[in-house]
Every structure is written in C-alpha cells, then in structure tokens.
Design a protein around this ligand. Structure first.
Ligand code: SF4
Length: 582
C-alpha cells in the first residue's frame, strides 16, 4: 500500500514548478521537514526560503518531508519507516540531518509523531547513531525552545541567512570523520553562535515548581544563546520558489519586503524577537520579482506591509508590469489613496483590518495605537473603492479586559458595517463584515510574558456573549477559535522541559490532550493560568534576543495603566529596548 503514498508524492512533483531534484553523490543530505500537511507547508514562506537557500549549495541535497495526509497516516503508522521525502522518496533514516521548520506551537506533537513514523527515536538521548541529526528552527522555537528540548539534537536560534553558511561550513570541515554524535554536538555548540544544544544544559527546578537554574554542562559553551539576525540590506529577499496549485497561495509569488515590526504591540511575539524592524530596498525587490519569476501575481509579505518606506513606488512599479498585488497585512492608519488604488487595480474585494480590541482603552493596553476614527475612516475608504468585504481581527481574554471592552467590540463592528454601507452608496454588491475572534495567548519575550491565560471557561462565556449580542445584526459574521486549543498553545508557548510529558502522550497516540492533562502528576495550570512574579527566571531566557528584561517589565506596567508607548524607530539613536545597543 506504500505505493499509494509514492503516487501522491509523484503527483505533487508533477504539479510543481521550481522543484530542485539533485543527485545525492558525495553531498550532505538534509530532509527539510514541516510538521503539518503539504498544502500548509508549501504556503509557508520561511520553509520555502530555507529549501531554496540550502539547495543553492552544490555540496548539499535538500528534500522536503511533510506530515502525512489524513488518508495516509494510518498506512504509515502500520508500516513505520515509510515517511518519505517528496523529491527522491527516501526514508528519513537515509539523511544526514532532519531539520524541522516550526512556525506554530500546536504542531509540536506532529513533529514527534513524524520522528516515530520515520523510526527515529524521538528523544535525543535514545539516538545512538551519528546520523541523522535532528534539528529545528522557526519562530515558535525562537520564542521558547524548551518544550522540545528533550527531542532536538540542536536548535537553529535565529534567522537562516547568517546561520546556514556557518553551519554548512562546519559540516564540510567535519567531513566523514570518526567523531561521535556527542562530540559533533559539543563542537557545534562551541563554534557556531546561534546553535543551541539542549542536552548540554541542565535545568534545576525549585520546590514551588519554578525554574532555579539552567546551567551549561561543559566549559566553552555560552550561558545564553545569542539569537542571530540577518542584515537585509545585503541579503536576498525571501520569495516563493516552488509553485504549486495545492496551496492557499496558488500561483502567487510571496515576497518578503521586510522583517519585524516597529509598532510594539505588546501581545505580539514576532514584534519583539525580530527587532529591529528591517526592510529590503525597492530596487532589490523589483529585481527579485522580475517578470521571469514565474508569475505576475505578487503577494507582499511583512508584519505591516504599508510601513515599508518605499511601498508606494514599489506597488506602482510592480503594477506597471501588469499582473496583480496582494498584501499580507495592512494597518488601518496607513491606508492612503495610492495604496487603495493598488488594491483596486488588483481587484481585491476583501481586506482585513486588525483592531484587536474593541475599546480605545484596551487598544492602549496592548499598544495597538489605532483610534476609532482611523478604523472607521479606513472602512469607508475601502468601501468607496468597492472593497465591501471587511474582515476584522479581535482578541478576547486580554489583560484588564472588562465587559465594557466586549461591548465595544459590538459597537465597533456595527459602526464599521455602517461606514462600509455608507461608503458603498451606488454600489450593487452587499457589504459584509466578518469578525475573526481569537483567544489571547501570552507569549515569551513580550511584556505579557508575566500574565495569566484567561482560561477556557471565561473565554467560552465571552464568545457566547458576543455571539448573542451580534446574532441579529444582518451581514455581520462571526468566527471563533476553540479556547481548548488556545489553552494547549498557552501550555506549549510558556512551558519548560517537563511539558514533554503531555507532548509525548499525545504524539504517541496514548491519549488526547484532555486525557494527558488528567493523567499527569503535574497540573498544566501551573504553566498556563499563573501570573508570574517580576523576578521569576523563565526557561526561554536561555535564548538572548537582545531585548532588555527591564524594558519588557516597564512595558507590562505601562500596559496595566493603559499607557501607549512610542514606535520603535531604528537609526534614530533609540536605545529603549536594548536591541540597538545599551
Ligand atoms: S532599541 Fe529602539 S529602535 Fe532599536 S529595536 Fe529597540 S525600540 Fe526599536
């Protein structure tokens, strides 16, 4: 029956352009693994970029591996060892390195299950053979690698651009010598800045369950791992290089125009660990999106696309070539007539705005500095250009949230709908406002790393209340996430090595999350529902992003007082968070 899996993979290959298929002779072989299905992985720009970056080296063969499709999962479970790479359909055990790209915490169990399906012992201490080494990178792990510490031989702590060449250089120097797995890892930890080898650090916990120390076990390795950042001025922009119809962005070239975000929203992990905000120059971006790049549909990607200093010129140059543009995110306060013209000429009928909170007070708490007027104005401007489907992102369970803040979501949604309708006079299509309401999950390295998760009961009640309050309003739709999954995410986001107890049980199919939590001697509420003390040592602080802890605490205090903070402005002699110097 394994032929069915091979057939599926062959079909994927036939439907792709830009795939790299290499001869293996004498090369370092890397299985680049994504712990979710093909369609999800192929929509991920970070995954695509690493595939491209590794395969540019003649001495490397890099092939992709995905979590099995639902109909094939049982087949591979019955026949472990048959988790195969897409390109040459080889088992993972044939590779020198299995490197996972992990953007989301809730995929951790898939990662462990993939190792089991590949017949690779999931815990690092049980792997005796030198090959394959098992590593990972990705934003979820830059925020906190500790829940997966027992499974990984090493972590790429930082961005691929500076790390990949140094890592490959190390592997080539190593050659096919006789060094043991432990010797290789130790040498890697000593010689490459940004490589974290968890087995070389020992955590000690206090009686109250909090972390006491996380100590290096061998001399010559750093106490904290300095996370590596790319210089975007000298590096090539990330872009889609493998096109397939089987993704969310079928036939769209995603193009990263900048990294990080200067707005300092206090809930957003990426806004702190990708500091300072950096941009690629328009000239280089235009070269990357040259007419021969494979498509004329370009999706501009960054935390806030409209913040790019040359965005108007970039959009008009791309549109002058024909084709269309889409944007990963737009801020309501930076929409202007030129950006709207770009949206209009690309025939967008739907745009997302993220107020995140209903009231201006709560938006000050999270430092999302958008006024009600700016949001209404944006909705009206979009409607005037014929964009009548507005998606609004909100969070519930934010620190200090009250009933009035929930009522403000209802008022804002109705107000936006009203402005869209009045801005669309004379247009024939129906105006629709869709609210996507997600549970707030506190993330490491943000000012809210000290705060507690709201809890599933409270979140369900709030969602129910919102549903009722908006039930009779025509043309307003509501989507909610499931608080039980937000609870799991909260556990994995701020957990330490002990949460591997839950990950293991779920990944091995011994129990579902609820059963695993019930059977545990450890109460998961300890990691999820607990407000932390100011001086508590956090497991994720084994990584050093350069963001000063005191700055984060001050931002937390300002949040509780609903005080806004200014934007991050690199190059203006700012030293506020510590990333641009002490
Ligand atoms: S030091 Fe200032 S400019 Fe630099 S990342 Fe921090 S807030 Fe931004």
């Amino acid at each position: 029956m394994i032929w069915k899996i091979k057939e599926r993979q062959k079909k994927w290959l036939e439907g792709e352009t830009g795939t790299v298929v290499k001869n293996w002779g004498g090369k370092v072989s890397i299985a680049l693994a994504f712990p979710n299905r093909y369609a999800v992985g192929m929509s991920n720009l970070g995954f695509q970029h690493v595939y491209y970056a590794l395969n540019r080296y003649e001495t490397v063969v890099c092939e992709r591996v995905f979590y099995p499709e639902p109909e094939e999962l049982e087949l591979i479970r019955q026949s472990p060892g048959h988790l195969l790479s897409v390109e040459s359909q080889r088992p993972l055990l044939d590779f020198d390195l299995v490197a996972f790209s992990v953007p989301f915490e809730n995929d951790y169990t898939n990662l462990i299950e993939m190792l089991l399906l590949a017949r690779i012992p999931p815990r690092a201490k049980d792997r005796a053979e030198v090959r394959p080494l098992v590593a990972a990178g990705g934003v979820a792990l830059f925020l906190n690698p500790e829940p997966l510490a027992d499974y990984l031989d090493f972590l790429f702590a930082g961005e691929a651009e500076p790390l990949v060449p140094e890592f490959l250089d190390f592997l080539h120097r190593l050659g096919h010598g006789s060094a043991s797995r432990c010797e290789i890892l130790e040498e890697m930890a000593k010689s490459i800045q940004g490589i974290y080898v968890p087995s070389l650090y020992e955590p000690v916990f206090r009686e109250d369950g909090t972390l006491d120390t996380l100590t290096p076990l061998v001399p010559g390795i750093p106490e904290r791992i300095t996370v590596r950042r790319a210089d975007l001025l000298t590096s090539e922009p990330c872009r889609t290089t493998v096109f397939t119809a089987n993704t969310e962005f079928s036939n769209v070239m995603l193009l990263e125009i900048g990294r990080g975000c200067g707005h300092g929203c206090r809930f957003c992990g990426a806004g702190f660990v990708y500091r300072p905000v950096r941009y690629h120059g328009a000239e280089k971006l235009l070269e990357t999106a040259a007419p021969d790049c494979g498509t004329n549909r370009i999706g501009l990607v960054s935390a806030a696309v409209s913040d790019h200093p040359e965005i108007v010129d970039l959009c008009s140059s791309l549109l002058d070539r024909g084709g269309s543009l889409s944007f990963s995110s737009l801020r309501a306060d930076s929409l202007d007539s030129q950006l709207l013209s770009a949206l209009e000429s690309s025939e967008h009928h739907a745009v997302a705005i993220a107020p995140e909170a209903g009231s201006e007070r709560l938006r000050r708490v999270i430092n999302k500095n958008l006024s009600e007027d700016q949001i209404y104005r944006a909705a009206e401007m979009l409607a005037q250009r014929g964009i009548l489907n507005i998606k609004l992102y909100f969070m519930i369970g934010l620190p200090t949230e009250t009933k009035e803040d929930l009522e403000a979501i209802v008022t804002l949604a109705k107000g936006i709908h009203h402005h869209v309708v009045s801005g669309s006079r004379g247009k024939k299509r129906l105006a629709t406002v869709t609210l996507s309401v997600n549970s707030f999950v506190p993330k490491p390295f943000t000012p809210f790393q000290w705060t507690a998760f709201a809890g599933t009961v409270e979140l369900r009640e709030k969602a129910k209340w919102l549903q009722k309050a908006l039930a009779r309003v025509p043309n307003i739709r509501l989507h909610f996430d499931l608080p039980k999954w937000a609870y799991v995410q909260a556990l994995l986001a701020r957990g330490d090595r002990r949460v591997s107890f839950f990950i293991d049980k779920v990944a091995r199919g011994d129990s579902n999350w609820k059963q695993a939590m019930r059977s545990s001697p450890l109460n998961p509420d300890f990691w999820v529902m607990r407000e932390r003390e100011r001086d508590e040592k956090f497991p994720w602080e084994v990584l050093d992003h350069g963001v000063d802890r005191n700055y984060l605490w001050q931002e937390y205090e300002r949040a509780l007082e609903a005080r806004q903070s200014p934007e991050c402005r690199p190059g203006k002699n700012c030293k506020r968070c510590g990333v641009c110097g002490p």
